[in-house]
Structures are given as C-alpha cells and as structure tokens.
Design a protein around this ligand. Structure first.
Ligand code: LMG
Ligand code: NDP
Ligand code: PMR
Length: 400
C-alpha cells in the first residue's frame, strides 16, 4: 500500500518552506498540538523563502577543518567567486517505504543531498527508489538490519569504507506488532519492537557519532523519529495500551522472555505497548544525546512527530478492518492525518531547514504545516530515566 501511494507522488521539485519555530513549552497539548499554535501562520512567497534559504545556506565562519576522506563543505566557484554548499550526505534507516522513502525523495529531488538508504531488503529498496523517481546520482542503498547488532556494526564499517562524510543521520525505521500474541526476538534475543526501534538505533547512533562529529557540514544533525502515541500528555497517547517504561526492570533483564519479561516495565507481552515504549525510548535517547554531546560536538539532536501517516506499511500487521478504517478515521474524525508526501517534507525540513538548528527539540506541525517545539510527556522528558535507559542500553548492545 505504501509503495503504491508513494509512486503517485508528483515528481516536482520541492521548495522547503522555512518553518517557524515558536516555542510553547508551558502549554498542554491535547492532539499533540498546543491550542495557541493552531492558528499561527505566516504567508510568504516561495521566492522570498528561496532567497532567504540561499542567504542562510552558507553561514560565514562555520567551516571547520576538513578530514582526509571528505570534500570541503563549501566550494569556491572560482569564476564567480561565489561559495556553494557541497552536497550533503544523509543516512535514512528504513527508507524502503512510508516516511523514510518520502523523506529520501524530498531530499534527493532538491539535488543538494546524497541519500544513503539504509535498508534490510535491498531489492525492495531499489524498487521503491525507482518507483518514486529518485535519480540514480542522488542515492545509494546500503544493507542494514536493525534487528541484528552484527548487521548494525557491519553497516557502520561499510559506510566508513565508502569514504563519504556523514552530515545527517535519520533513525526512522520501525516495526509495529499490534496483533502478535507472543513476542518475537532480534538476533541477540531482544523483544523485536524495542530491539529494532530502540536498541538497533541506539547502537547505530553511538557508532556513527564520531563520523558526524568529523563532518565539516555547516549543520550536522542526528534525528530520531518519535511519536504522539508514546506521549501520554495527548489524547492519542491515552488510547490503551499506554506507554510506560516503569522502573526498566525488564530492560535490565535483557527483554528476552526467558529469565526476564519481554517488556521494558517487566509486564506481560503487548505488541502495541512495546511499540509505544520503544518510541518513548527514541525520544529519551535523543534528549540524552543532546545533554551528552551537543555542546562538545555542535551536532543538532532532534526528534519529531510527523503527523498520523495512516497509509504506511507500519500498520501491515494490523487486522484488515483496522487498515480500512484507520485512514478515514484519522482524516475525518481526529484530523491528525497527513500524507506520506507531506510527512516526508516535514522530516526533510528537520534534516535540512536552516531554521531548525535548535538541539534537544521534539518538533511537531500545526494544521498550516508550521513547525513548533512540542512538549513531551512527563515520562518522555524524564532526564533521570533517560540516563538510566542510556546506561542499560549501552550494556545490552555491548558498548559498556
Ligand atoms: C488496542 O485496542 C488493542 O487492544 C491492541 O491489541 C492494539 O491493537 C492497540 O493501539 C493499538 O489497540 C485499542 C482499542 C481500545 O481501540 C480500538 O479498538 C478502536 C479502534 C479504532 C480505530 C479505527 C476507528 C474507526 C472508527 C470508525 C470511524 C469510521 C470512519 C469513517 C469516516 C467517514 C467520515 C465521513 O480503544 C479504546 O479502548 C477506546 C477508548 C479510547 C479512549 C481514549 C481516550 C482517553 C482519554 C483520556 C483523557 C485524555 C487526557 C488528555 C490529556 C490532556 C490533559 C489535559
Ligand atoms: P513503514 O512500515 O512504511 O516503514 C518502516 C521502515 O522501517 C520500512 O522501510 C521497513 O523496512 C523498515 N524496517 C523495519 N524493520 C527493520 C529492520 N530490522 N532493519 C531495517 N529496517 C527496518 O512505516 P512508517 O513509514 O510509518 O514509519 C517510519 C517511522 O515513522 C517509524 O519510526 C514510526 O514509528 C514513525 N511514525 C509513524 C507514524 C505513522 O502514522 N505512520 C506516526 C508517527 C511516527 P521494510 O520495507 O523492509 O519492511
Ligand atoms: Mg490513534 C485525537 C487524535 C489522535 C491522533 C492524532 C492519533 C494518532 N490517534 C488519535 C485518537 C485516537 N486513536 C482515538 C480517539 C482512538 C480510539 C478510537 C485511537 C485509536 C488508535 C488505534 C487503535 N489509534 C492508533 C491505533 C493504532 O493501532 C495506532 C497505534 O497506536 O500505533 C502504535 C494509532 C495511532 N493513532 C495516532 C497515530 C499517529 C497512530 C500511529 C502510531 C504511531 O506511529 O505512533
């Protein structure tokens, strides 16, 4: 379904709107959108936005020392004496469908990004890239199975060997197993949703942090896709089963379902809860990365809720009736629906918009598609829990 929808996307050049970032941290959101930001909008012509973007693309004095394998971030076009930004390199995990594919398309068609599609199924990824018309010179596919830590390590090695600089990493891939009665496991024996969505990405982010650090790109970023359903300060986050990491006792036990529970909080297996828990882990990890590394490295760490993309492959394991009713429910009742194309443009903004450089932020968008800094739930912004999660995760993936 995702592929069919994506193949209908028009092959037009996307001009990224410069998004406003209006902080409203004190406000409670119900649909993930604080009320006051609903109505705020600012209309500007695409031309004016384009000019602004061009002006901001090459901030003076940010060019850092170049590492051996990389091209300098800014080339001097000798004839005109003008500076142009080199093509950025972005890794997107799970770019073979849904949000990841739409983001790859959105970035690739600007001609300013080389997209590394980090996917577990090479053929599917190749077909997907072709079906949405991503030009050959703007992408490469590299194998990555987040449900295997060996594969994650292999991917990091392979990427390094490619000699490309790393400017932005997008941790996007996920699995959602709402109808599973029994848990399934990753290669290392972690429950599959948390193992893939959190632990696989945790190791990947840690391994590639040094590469990002070495990039001389003006704005290097590490983005982890979050969600409203992991945030219990919203209506969507209150639909049972609710996310709750508890005291992390199941995670301490390794989520293996043998001597410990497959669930982070130590409870009985529930696939929908495991997914929501994994999203809380994603949002906590982004903040912990920010606290530990932003100042030292200048990397922007960010998370986001792209909107409810009710047509993607994420719901492939849900019952057919759900897949039939969910899109109209989100479109006409909650009004939280967003197309894959629009969601892709949103994530592409978080990757490349010169105005979204603030670190430690969980971005959301209002009805007019203006971005704003959203408020995370109490648990998803608990610094103590984030630190504990970090330390346990480090042990599980073999970094400590
Ligand atoms: C669980 O069920 C399953 O048990 C689990 O296995 C897993 O699948 C999980 O999340 C996935 O779901 C959830 C179940 C419980 O929800 C449903 O079954 C409903 C499914 C609905 C989806 C499609 C709906 C289709 C509706 C038909 C509409 C047709 C559309 C046609 C459109 C045409 C228009 C022209 O759900 C419930 O129990 C329901 C109760 C949920 C209530 C949640 C509300 C809690 C409110 C809490 C307070 C809010 C606090 C906000 C905080 C702000 C503080 C100020
Ligand atoms: P899709 O199922 O369409 O995309 C998920 C991607 O993850 C696919 O490319 C899939 O690969 C890949 N993937 C799954 N497991 C692995 C693995 N072990 N190794 C490598 N890649 C893997 O779902 P979405 O596009 O909807 O989801 C993308 C992100 O958006 C997720 O993080 C999700 O939590 C988030 N999100 C989605 C929302 C929505 O409404 N859809 C709302 C909020 C957040 P393959 O194609 O091979 O299956
Ligand atoms: Mg939810 C009120 C707004 C709203 C929004 C924005 C979402 C997003 N959902 C909302 C409301 C409701 N949902 C309500 C009132 C119900 C009960 C009828 C409801 C139900 C529901 C189900 C059963 N919603 C779901 C499911 C799923 O299986 C999805 C899920 O939880 O996946 C983990 C889901 C979602 N609702 C969303 C979003 C974005 C999802 C997709 C999951 C995600 O990636 O977070």
């Amino acid at each position: 379904m995702a592929l069919q929808a994506a193949s209908l996307l028009p092959a037009t050049i996307t001009i990224h709107k410069e998004a406003k970032s209006s902080a409203s941290l004190k406000e409670t959101s119900v649909f993930g959108v604080p009320f006051s930001t609903h109505l705020k909008t600012e209309l500007r012509s695409p031309l004016a936005i384009g000019q602004e973007l061009r002006k901001k693309e090459v901030p003076a004095g940010i060019i850092r020392a170049q590492t051996a394998a990389t091209t300098p971030a800014v080339d001097q076009a000798a004839s005109q004496g003008k500076k142009t930004l080199r093509k950025g390199t972005v890794i997107i995990t799970g770019a073979s469908s849904g949000l990841g594919l739409a983001t790859a398309k959105s970035l690739a068609e600007t001609g300013r990004w080389h997209v590394i599609m980090a996917c577990r199924n090479f053929l599917k990824a190749e077909k997907a890239a072709k079906s949405v018309g991503i030009a050959k010179e703007n992408y490469a596919i590299m194998h990555l199975d987040l449900a295997s830590l060996d594969s994650v390590r292999q991917f990091a090695d392979n990427f390094r060997r490619s000699g490309r600089p790393l400017d932005v990493l997008v941790c996007n891939a996920a699995v959602y197993l709402p109808t599973a009665k029994e848990p399934t496991y990753t290669a290392e024996g972690f429950e599959l949703s948390v193992g893939t969505n959190h632990l696989g990405h945790f190791l990947l982010a840690r391994l590639l942090l040094d590469d990002l650090k070495q990039s001389d790109y003006p704005s290097k970023r590490l983005i982890i896709v979050g969600s409203i359903t992991g945030n219990t300060n919203t209506l969507a986050g209150n639909v049972p089963p609710k996310a709750n990491l508890g005291d992390l006792r199941g995670l301490v036990g390794g989520l293996n379902g043998l001597e410990s529970s497959p669930m982070i909080d130590g409870g009985d297996f529930d696939g929908a809860k495991a997914y929501k828990d994994s999203k809380v882990c994603n949002m906590l990890t982004m903040q912990e990365l920010h606290r530990r590394y932003h100042e030292e490295t200048g990397i922007t760490f960010a998370s986001l809720y792209p909107g409810c993309i009710a047509t993607t492959g994420l719901f492939r394991e849900h019952i057919p009736l759900f897949r039939l009713l969910f899109p109209p429910f989100q479109k006409y009742i909650t009004r939280g629906y967003v197309s894959e194309e629009e969601a892709g443009n949103r994530l592409a903004q978080v990757v490349s918009d010169p105005s979204l450089t603030k670190s430690g932020v969980y971005w959301s968008w209002n009805k007019n598609s203006d971005s704003f800094e959203n408020q995370l739930s109490k648990e998803a912004s608990d610094a103590e829990k984030a630190q504990k999660l970090w330390e346990i995760s480090e042990k599980l993936v073999g970094l400590a």
